[in-house]
Every structure is written in C-alpha cells, then in structure tokens.
Design a protein. Structure first.
Lengths: 166, 421
C-alpha cells in the first residue's frame, strides 16, 4: 500500500531541538510529544498536519541531539514518511528503527511545494507528486532496511530473531 | 587494502579480516550507556524484546545527568524508571550527587578504553573517541538492542582525516580548533563519516582538551571522532582502565575519503554565532560589534572539565561578574566539583558572583538551571546554539571557549579575553 499525504516543507539543518524542544523531554509519551512536534520551527504544524502527511526538507534533517523523541513525535503526529536531500545519521537510524520511513531524493524535494499531494511506494522508492503530475525515484532501501520497515521496527525485528535462536 | 583506525576497530568487532566503508555489519559492543532522558525509552523497548537480562551488567551504564537532581515530577519519574532498572539488572549506576555528565565521567573512571566499540544513547557519546575508541551516539531503541544482545547494526563509515600543523596561539584552545573546523566544513561536513584528528597542535594537548574536539564531531554530522593513541592517551588510561585495551594504528595504505589540513598557528579564537555551530567568526570580528549579554554558562560535556574551569578562573580571579549579568558555572562531574572545593576554585567563582552548582548538563539543553527568556543573549561553552536550545526560541546563544565566556561575564559583552586581563 503506497503512502499518501500532503507536503509540509522545510529547509536545511532542521534539528531535533526544534522538532521536539528539551523542555518536553520529561516524558516519553508519544501523544504528548506529538502535541509539541516542530513547535520551535513551525508552531502551526500540529494544527495543520493530517494523517498520512509527508515532511519534505532539504539537507541534514534531524541533526543535533540523539533524542528518539523526535521521530516518535513526528510519527505520532500522523506523518507517514519524511523525504529529504540528506538526513543526520542518528535521526536516520532512529526513524528506521521505529519504522518511520525516511527517503533521500533531491529531485522530489526540489519538485514539491507545501500542500502538494505525494504518493510514495516504499518497496521501489518511487515518489509521485499527484498535484503536479511528476514522478521521482528515491534511493531504494537496502534489503535490511526494508526488513526493518516490514517488521515494524528494530525491536520487533530483533524479538523475532531472538525467538528463532531460542 | 589497508584500513583506517575506525575500520580496524569495527572489523575486530564483527570477526572479519576486513571491512570497507558502506559495509552493513552486525557489530559487538564493549560498552553501552543511556542517561535519564534516553534510558526510560530504551527500557520500555528492552521490555518488548522478550529478554529478561542485559547482555553483561558490567558493560551497561545508566547515568543520571540531564535533569538531575530532578527538576519536576515527570523527570523524577524518569530517573526512577532508570534507577529501578539499574538495580534490577545489577548494571553500573551512579546516584545523583555521585555522578556527572556521562561523557566525562565514564572515561575518567576507566569504563571505556582504547580499541572499544562504545555506543550510547546520547549524541555526544562521540566524545570518548579521543581515547582511540570507536564511540558512537545512537537512539534509545539502539541502546535497548545493544543492552539486550551486546550487538548493534552499523554501516561502516568512511574516514575523514584532519591534520593540525603548527602550534596554538595564546587564547586559542581545542574548542577554537573544532569550532573553526566546523565553520569550514559545515554542520553536515562529516555526515555519516569518522573524523580522525591528528597533528603537531594535538601532540601536547591533554586528553581532556582532546575530548572537546571529539565532542563536537556531533555538530559536523560525524558518526565518530577518533584520535590515534599516543603517550598522552596512555598516561590518562593506565591509572583508571578497568579492562585491557587495544591500540589500533592506521595501515600506511589505508584510504581516507578526504584530508583537511590546517595551520593551527593561523587559527584565531573562534565564536559560533546564533543559531548554528557552523556560523563561526573570530573573536576580533565579534568583539567589534559590541554585543551585550545577559548570561554566561561555563560547563557541559564540551568544556566542563577542571582545566576549563581553571582557564575561566584565571580571568575571574579578584574580579566580579558585570552588573545585570548572571554567570553559571557547573563542573561536569562530582569528581571535578570536589576538586574545585579543595583547590579554591569554588570559592573564587562564588566570590566573583557566579552561581556555582553540582554536576549536571543543566542549562546546555535548556532543561533547567539557567533557561533563557525571550530576547536574552548568552555566551556558552557548550556545543549547540540552535534556536530554542537554551530556552525561548528568540533567545540567542554564542558558543565559545572558557576564557571568552569568562571575559564576557566580567565585561558584560563579548570581548577578547585580552581585554579583561
């Protein structure tokens, strides 16, 4: 099933401090974190976001603190995937570990504006901009990453692996 | 083909003769860490794995550092989850008042040694790479998997080499080298890569000063920072090491993705302007702008070590913090705090009018102990000056070395340290 949603567009170096400020890190509750998602970058985000929506950003998305609360907040806010030109490495790991798909695709970023409707096929990495009738190809996921997404994240993936061993 | 230090360490931890950048490996870890912000999530994920015990309680450390002593009921609940888990598992744990910031505490107590693969649920885990270990910051789920299995998935990173020729000028220290470097390569200049630091300027540098450089690898997007092991490293490691260490040297024919060379004698005292660690300028340029400040913070995992406090104290001796300015000084660990009580630094800072506290990350991440109001401006020795990092989204943070921070506290504006001597 392809993912489908509208674009929320941001620039470079969107750091985890603005995705979820440290003043809210005294909880791990996903719904509570989602209420403050992107607060210091875009205070209107939480009001506008709809289930399935896509965050699109340029380079180094998710830089800074390792807080997993950032992808948790994004996922719990209803975002189906993040597309950027590049991701900070811990954010990339955290997202894939939580089965929040993050895709790298320069062309899709340049070819999408806020409000555009996108359709994303994770297996192939194909991205379609339905508003502009354009199509893009993200770097496909390595097999291991696809397995992580299919399993629903690293914990479930590892749980199954450990159960097989036992 | 030859391997870099990082590649050799990773190969040794996945039982392969050779690894290459881009290889996806499952890697054994020697040590795992989480703190009071990241551990509760890690513990929650650990419970889902169907495993009852951590892989080795003597290789798992839980360190309360961010919001302790607890700032509110929610953070007290988080610290409690971590404490109870540590007790249940028999894992390494330091109670509040006996700990400090993990990135300074753990190497100073010998828990991480050269040649280790060390993963921690905190981006500044990279700090410990200065010991010649592969130290890598990760998230809570990663930490949970590492605690349960003693292994972690990893993509072998390419290595970037940074060589600092020549000697440092007065008022220039390791903080300036790393700020200058990030200013040159950008906040994604080392994305997914290892930053390997070496050269004459680092040769006489203490391990504590070296930690400041590897600490801020995170601010350049790096996966790890690493330094070759030398006599200075061994003198630091030998008295405290809890395990046997291994020294890895790069092969002569190893491949670096890029090499950056600097003349350290030409690098000036450097400040990072709001709102990015990569937006750097020299202190001479910044001082010209007559930037008035409201707060100074001297501390954090970047610059909260004894010699950082000594550097600041030299400038503050016999002086007072400027009127209408607050200066917050926080040693990185309780060991350092105790030392400042014995050597007179605690008294010196307090006499000068500073708020002087027991060890915590405190204001660095805007948690507590010095949160900024709207429109306020702070000079901080920490590592990040993102919008909202230390408080209100419209507060500004300038990153600098401890001498610049102390000088700003006395002058009430950003000045060259020379001006207050």
């Amino acid at each position: 099933m392809p993912l489908r949603g509208h674009v929320h567009k941001y620039g470079a170096d969107i750091n985890t401090d603005v995705i979820i400020p440290a003043r809210y890190l005294n909880t791990s509750d996903a719904q509570e974190l989602a209420r403050h998602c992107m607060e210091d970058e875009d205070p209107q985000f939480v009001r506008r976001v709809r289930p399935g929506d896509v965050i699109v950003a340029t380079t180094n998305f998710g830089c800074g603190s390792s807080r997993e609360h950032a992808p948790i907040a994004i996922k719990a806010a209803g975002v189906s995937c993040v597309i950027a030109k590049s991701f900070a490495r811990i954010f990339y790991r955290n997202s894939m570990n939580l089965a929040l798909p993050v895709l790298e695709c320069d062309e899709a970023v340049d070819g999408s504006q806020a409000g555009d409707e996108l359709e994303v096929d994770l297996e192939s990495g194909a991205i379609r901009n339905l508003t502009r009738s354009t199509a893009f190809q993200a770097k496909p996921f390595p097999d291991f990453m696809l397995e992580l997404l299919r399993a629903g994240g690293l914990v479930e993936y590892t749980r199954r692996r450990l159960a097989q061993k036992a | 083909m030859g391997m870099t230090i990082a590649e050799k360490i990773l190969a040794a931890h996945c039982d392969r003769r050779e690894v290459q950048p881009g290889d996806l490996i499952n890697c054994r870890v020697d040590f795992v860490m989480a703190n009071d912000v990241t551990a509760p999530l890690a513990i929650q994920e650990f419970r889902k794995l169907g495993v009852s015990r951590v892989f080795d309680p003597q290789r798992v450390a839980l360190v309360p550092s961010h919001f302790v002593p607890n700032k509110d009921i929610l953070s007290a609940a988080q610290a409690k989850i971590m404490r109870e888990f540590a007790r249940e598992q028999g894992a390494i744990y330091f109670e509040q008042g006996q700990a400090g910031i993990e990135h300074i505490l753990l190497p100073s107590r010998g828990y991480v040694v050269p040649g280790d693969v060390y993963v921690g649920a905190d981006s500044h885990t990279v700090t410990v790479g200065a010991l010649g270990a592969f130290a890598c910051g990760m998230g809570s789920t990663d930490a949970a998997i590492a605690m349960a299995t003693g292994e972690i998935w990893m993509r072998v990173p390419p290595t970037l080499r940074f060589i600092y020729h020549g000697r440092l000028n007065r008022w220039v220290d390791s903080k300036d080298l790393i700020l200058h470097t990030i200013g040159q390569i950008g906040t994604d200049g080392a994305l997914y890569a290892v930053m390997q630091f070496e050269g004459e300027a680092l040769r006489d540098m203490s391990v504590n000063a070296r930690f400041t450089m590897t600490n801020m690898v995170a601010e350049a997007g790096g996966k790890a920072g690493i330094m070759p092991v030398d006599q200075v490293t061994l003198d630091y490691v030998r008295p405290v090491a809890r395990r046997q260490w291994t020294i890895y040297e790069p092969d002569p024919d190893c491949r670096y993705a890029a090499t950056h060379e600097f003349d350290a004698s030409k690098i000036e005292t450097t400040v990072a302007l709001p709102f990015s660690p990569g937006r750097t300028a020299t202190i001479s340029e910044v001082a010209k702008q007559d930037i008035k400040i409201d707060q100074v913070f001297i501390g954090s995992c970047t610059n909260g070590r004894l010699e950082d406090l000594q550097e600041a104290a030299e400038l503050m001796r016999g002086k007072k913090v400027a009127p209408w300015v607050r200066c917050i000084v926080i040693p990185a660990t309780q060991d350092i705090y105790l030392e400042t009580l014995k050597n007179g630094l605690a008294e010196l800072f307090t006499e000068a009018g500073c708020a002087f506290s027991t060890a915590t990350c405190g204001p660095c991440l805007g948690g507590y102990m010095g949160v900024l109001a709207e429109g306020e401006r702070c000079v901080s020795t920490s590592n990040r000056n993102f919008r909202g990092r230390m408080g209100h989204p419209n507060a500004e943070v300038y990153l600098a070395n401890p001498a610049v921070a102390a000088a700003a506290a006395i002058a009430g504006r950003i000045v060259h340290p020379e001006e207050v001597v």
